[in-house]
Design a protein around this ligand. Structure first.
Ligand code: NAP
Length: 252
């Protein structure tokens, strides 16, 4: 593929993400608490998570390694951040959920596989073929340093908030409860907020249009889901904290 075709496809991918965002504002993605009938065959939750997220790890790695020469040392830092996140998401997180007996639609899984393959391709091939030569000066640039701090802060918020939810599930006999502690004081879905912050940090530290597209897609996917969760909490729990926002502290 030429650099020009890559850029055109990436722009089209972002526009497609915007269309999905608008659809998700009206139709809640039917998994987790929003699972419902009418979305075709279902598969066990845990299997679904592994199957959905693994392509991101594999496809990214494949394209990253199919480099024009050897990947440059700085790119290996991007590689490690990506692989650490997706090893956790595809191979550890699914085994931490208490999800026995729950299922998700195969359609959702297939769409996520498609998303993760395309996203893995755009990012992996950017660092190996279409991106700039990341020299070691990159490591002292303000965007690398600030982006890395944002990435780590986002990952910490994401993982620690997910852990709070999983702990709540363990002590609540499989039921949903009002989460608390940490950023739950301010928003219903700090795990989604953390994920958005994390990939925004990745876009800043790599200064790459492919990572920007990923950060935008994360926003497009997770903001509507957070709004759905937030509405669901308010409907289910009459004592749900009034001042809590959905996903961005103090804003939304
Ligand atoms: N980058 C992206 O585009 C993207 C897209 C989707 C997800 N993700 C990430 O994947 C992770 C999981 O996403 P998700 O949509 O499954 O998150 P979620 O709806 O917040 O659920 C996370 C886990 O906690 C359980 N849980 C949630 N709220 C609970 C409550 N009030 N009481 C007890 N248990 C509760 C859920 O059980 P149930 O499954 O039974 O509800 C699930 O096992 C998050 O870190 C998210 O950021 C990223």
């Amino acid at each position: 593929m030429t650099a020009r075709s890559y850029q055109i496809l990436l722009a089209a991918w972002i526009v497609f993400g915007l269309v999905i965002f608008i659809i998700l504002l009206f139709v809640s993605a039917p998994y987790g608490r929003h699972t419902r009938k009418g979305w075709g065959p279902k598969i066990p939750n845990r299997l679904g998570w592994i199957f959905m997220e693994l392509p991101s790890l594999l496809v990214f790695t494949w394209f990253f390694l199919s480099a024009r020469g050897k990947p440059e040392p700085v790119s290996w830092i991007f590689f490690i951040l990506w692989v650490a996140h997706y090893t956790h998401r595809s191979l550890l997180f699914p085994f931490m959920t208490k999800t026995r007996g729950k299922k998700m639609p195969l359609l959702i899984v297939l769409f996520a596989v498609f998303f993760n393959m395309v996203n893995g391709y755009f990012n992996g091939s950017y660092f190996s073929v279409f991106g700039p030569h990341y020299t070691t000066e990159w490591l002292t640039a303000p965007r690398f340093i600030s982006g890395t701090i944002i990435f780590i802060a986002g990952a910490w918020i994401n993982i620690s908030s997910d852990q709070k939810l999983l702990r709540l599930r363990r002590i609540s006999d499989g039921e949903y409860r009002i989460p608390g502690g940490g950023l739950f004081k301010y928003v219903s879905c700090p795990n989604f907020f953390g994920e958005i912050v994390q990939w925004t940090g990745f876009a800043v530290l790599t200064w790459s249009p492919a990572a920007l597209a990923f950060a935008l897609w994360t926003f497009f996917n997770l903001v509507p889901r957070a709004l759905d969760h937030h509405r669901w909490y308010r409907k289910k729990f009459t004592d749900y904290p009034e001042e809590r926002k959905a996903v961005i502290p103090g804003v939304l």
